[in-house]
Design a protein around this ligand. Structure first.
Ligand code: FES
Length: 146
């Protein structure tokens, strides 16, 4: 296994086993439920957004290892970021997992998901949390990957 794939596996397994920011925020300002109808996996996000910046975020739900790890890493990474920046990061993340023109400069630890590119069927697992996040920012309560 290459060094990169080892890192990918290590990060996915760690965040799947010990997901960060799991739970609910009772006084959230934004919320969305995301659903992947192909497998039935669901995640829900609660956020506190103030001054156009994510102040806090938590997630609940059940999903595969990749969707759980993606939710966990995402929630760690976006606290303190402006919503406009998050939209831009999603575009970069989507390119990372679907194309060869990826630019990992702004993605930090999230760049380990580059490994997903080799498994197109898992792209929706890696992006479920992102679609849900954008829906929550836009004020949409529900989103599906289909
Ligand atoms: Fe359902 Fe990954 S198999 S989100």
């Amino acid at each position: 296994m290459s060094e990169f794939n080892e890192l990918y596996m290590e990060v996915i397994l760690d965040h799947n086993k010990n997901p960060r920011n799991k739970g609910v925020i009772d006084d959230h300002t934004n919320h969305a439920d995301g659903h992947n109808p192909l497998c039935g996996d669901k995640i829900s996000l609660d956020l506190i957004i103030a001054e156009d910046t994510v102040k806090d975020i938590k997630f609940t739900g059940s999903g595969c290892a990749i969707s759980t790890a993606s939710s966990s890493l995402l929630t760690e990474y976006i606290v303190g970021k402006k919503t406009s920046e998050i939209r831009h990061l999603f575009e970069e993340f989507h390119d990372l997992v679907t194309t060869d023109k990826s630019n990992t400069e702004n993605l930090g630890k999230l760049s380990v998901f580059e490994g997903v590119k080799q498994y197109p069927a898992r792209v929706k697992c890696a992006t479920l949390a992102w679609h849900t996040l954008i829906a929550a920012i836009d004020g949409d309560e529900e989103v599906s990957t289909e």
